[in-house]
Design a protein around this ligand. Structure first.
Ligand SMILES: [Zn+2]
Length: 87
């Protein structure tokens, strides 16, 4: 059985490619690597932003439920600043 020739374009530079292989998405190794790197960066950014968001939300929630902790934290912060000023 003869495989159908596919006409598609490189997902990175949009150069037309003619291939039998469904898995091929890029015209060359360089495009593949560039795209892969960009994807990794993007994923990393997304994951980091999500984590940060969750952390902030958790903190907010915690201090909402424990307002005395919030005051304590402010007091500690002021205390530390005083210590730094005297040192
Ligand atoms: Zn390409």
């Amino acid at each position: 059985m003869k495989a159908a020739v596919m006409r598609r374009e490189c997902q990175w530079c949009h150069t037309p490619i003619v291939t039998h292989d469904l898995r091929i998405k890029y015209c060359c190794k360089q495009c593949y690597e560039e795209a892969h790197r960009a994807k990794c960066r993007e994923n990393f950014r997304k994951r980091y932003a999500e984590k940060r968001e969750q952390e902030l939300e958790r903190n907010k929630d915690y201090y909402r439920r424990h307002p005395e902790k919030s005051r304590e934290r402010v007091r500690r912060f002021i205390q530390r600043r005083k210590n730094n000023a005297t040192n």
